[in-house]
Design a protein around this ligand. Structure first.
Ligand SMILES: Nc1ncnc2c1ncn2[C@@H]1O[C@H](COP(=O)(O)OP(=O)(O)OP(=O)(O)O)[C@@H](O)[C@H]1O
Ligand SMILES: [Mg+2]
Length: 548
């Protein structure tokens, strides 16, 4: 293939490893290798100087000698206000992710022989709208035309369906990656991929297993080292211990035990570690995933009683730990399948991206419909009409990842009127509601005598459970508004709120004061940064040389 600029790409922007794939002329997804000839690239960024950044395995190794200039696990901070400072410049999680994306795009361009523009990026199913939007903005900052954001389990299921022809099945995807865990129940058929429900923990992944093993190795090392050796001060040793821990963990997926040679603070030690020991020390982490699976099954039962799981797919590199399969078998009687755990997400995203491109062409002004769009895309990419028709025919339906609600006065205490006003969040749409949601309504009321305005504030659930406390929710800055200029109204006058979320995550909220008919309409595509900030960051990232 020579026309890389006509290609579309699927990118798995992982917490610890990322991958980029496209669909070749035969209609099969292929992963682009990076400059190390590796199919996955560590999601690690080394800020060498103000104009040079290194991404990937070299950056990961740089952490040993220059930890202060290295950023890893940035995905855990997506959608947050975190900031990083290097050589007088400030970087957001979006712009650091953009540097990783830029490197992936460069590798893909070298692999396919053309520039990379259009791409779909994947996110954990459990990412809320803010994190999804931050991921999309990271793509824009990297100079990509992000044609879609797709949940990782959906991409994995799409790839599974494409390779096995799974028909009318209910699949549970158990995705244990480097930094996040999610379980998602998906119904797969020839023409639809429907997410039924999803749950997860965005701070649980292989990195936590690494940390346990690192601490275990450190403790064993200290047992052997003389008492006066202060190994905690040997930063280089501690960093290399982290790398050794991850390598050892991976080896323990195959071997029953491993001997590790460690050298720090001038002391050498040999530590023996067995898989059984490692599994005991990480048992509670695996327990957490099992609890989340149970919660997911409970949600499934309440949403669609009696639904059986036909297949369990394991994706994410950390599912290669034998304990995962063993535990799921023992706990649920399942026979889970490891499905291309490192690459299924990127490959599925590439398949999804092609379907998106066809639909985008078909919806353009003057387009003659899907079949003409299929022919055009076939011409651009060299992929057969038949393969494209299959991809375009597949509809994906998602669920809302997290609840949204509005701030109201807590009137649960009968004496609330005589006390200082306490605010809570009243959720109107909920996690696992199928998208688009039905219209939800909430009747609330004015809280002060003679009130002449009503302010509306939108919040998204931030924790695992949608609690009413403000602290358990994130304020959405674009979701603020005021109905003002009302005649002074008696306390308790009604205010009606309606809310819907469409399948692209666009939230619409209307608040109406019925006696005057005055209303406030808010349409938000939830995002953390403004368009100006994104453009500004894009300019800065364009000026930085990134290499692998
Ligand atoms: N053979 C193996 N045995 C155990 N763990 C492994 C093995 N191979 C890879 N891993 C672990 O898998 C994790 C990376 O998996 P993956 O690439 O799927 O995650 P990611 O995409 O970076 O993270 P996330 O999906 O959470 O954003 C790392 O913690 C890595 O150490
Ligand atoms: Mg992943």
């Amino acid at each position: 293939m020579s026309d890389g600029d006509l290609q579309v790409f699927g990118i798995d922007l992982g917490t610890t490893y990322s991958a980029i794939a496209y669909v070749d002329e035969t209609g099969r997804p292929a992963v682009c290798r990076n400059t190390d000839s590796s199919e996955t690239t560590p999601s690690v960024v080394f800020f060498e100087n103000e104009s040079n950044v290194v991404v990937g395995s070299v950056a990961k190794n740089s952490a040993i000698i220059d930890p202060d200039r290295v950023v890893s696990l940035i995905k855990r901070q997506m959608g947050s206000e975190a900031e990083f400072e290097f050589d007088g410049s400030t970087y957001t999680p979006e712009s650091i992710s953009a540097l990783i994306l830029k490197q992936l795009a460069q590798d893909a361009a070298a692999h396919t022989g053309g520039e990379v523009a259009r791409a779909v990026i994947t996110v954990p199913a459990y990412f809320g709208m803010q994190e999804r939007s931050a991921t999309k903005q990271a793509g824009t900052i990297a100079g990509l035309d992000v044609i879609g954001i797709v949940p990782e389990p959906v991409a994995a299921a799409l790839h599974y369906e494409a390779t096995t022809g799974a028909d009318d099945k209910t699949i549970l995807v158990y995705d244990l990656g480097g930094g996040t865990f999610d379980t998602t129940v998906i119904r797969v058929s020839t023409d639809e991929i429907v997410v039924v429900c999803t749950d997860g923990d965005d701070h649980l992944g292989g990195a936590d297993w690494d940390l346990r093993l690192r601490n275990h190795l450190l403790a064993k090392f200290q047992e052997q080292a003389p008492d006066d050796v202060e190994v905690e001060d040997d930063e280089e040793f501690l960093q290399s211990l982290a790398t050794t821990a991850e390598d050892t963990k991976k080896q323990l997926s195959k071997a029953e035990s491993r001997a590790v040679a460690l050298r720090g603070a001038g002391v050498s030690a040999r530590v023996e570690v067995s898989r059984a020991q490692f599994e005991t020390e990480t048992q509670d982490l695996l327990d957490k995933t099992v609890d989340i699976v149970k919660r997911t099954l409970a949600t499934l039962e309440s949403k669609e009683p009696g639904t059986k799981i036909d297949e369990v797919l394991l994706v994410g590199g950390a599912t290669k730990m034998p304990a995962v399969t063993e535990r799921l078998r023992a706990e649920f009687g399942w026979d889970p399948k490891l499905h291309d755990p490192d690459l299924a997400v990127a490959k599925g995203a590439a398949l999804y991206a092609l379907g998106r491109v066809v639909h985008r062409e078909a919806s353009e002004d003057g387009a003659a419909g899907v079949s003409e769009a299929v022919r055009n895309v076939a011409q651009q990419t060299g992929i057969s009409v038949r393969a494209l028709e299959n991809l375009a025919a597949k509809q994906t339906r998602n669920v809302l990842p997290k609840a949204f609600g509005v701030k109201v006065v807590d009137s649960s205490d009968p004496d609330w009127r005589s006390k200082p006003l306490q605010h809570i969040v009243k959720h109107m749409v909920h996690a696992n509601d199928s998208l688009p949601t039905e219209e939800r309504t909430l009747e609330t009321a004015t809280v002060q005598e003679g009130q002449t305005g009503v302010s509306i504030e939108l919040y998204e659930q931030s924790g695992v459970v949608a609690g009413p406390d403000l602290a358990e929710n994130k304020e959405i800055s674009e979701g603020k508004g005021l109905i003002d200029g009302l005649p002074p109204m008696p306390i308790g006058s009604p205010v009606n709120i309606r809310m819907t979320v469409d399948d692209e995550g666009l939230l619409e909220l209307t608040a109406t004061e019925p006696s005057t008919g005055k209303s406030l309409d808010i349409k938000v595509r939830v995002s953390v940064r403004s368009d100006e900030e994104v453009q500004e960051a894009a300019k800065k990232i364009a000026g930085i040389t990134v290499s692998g």
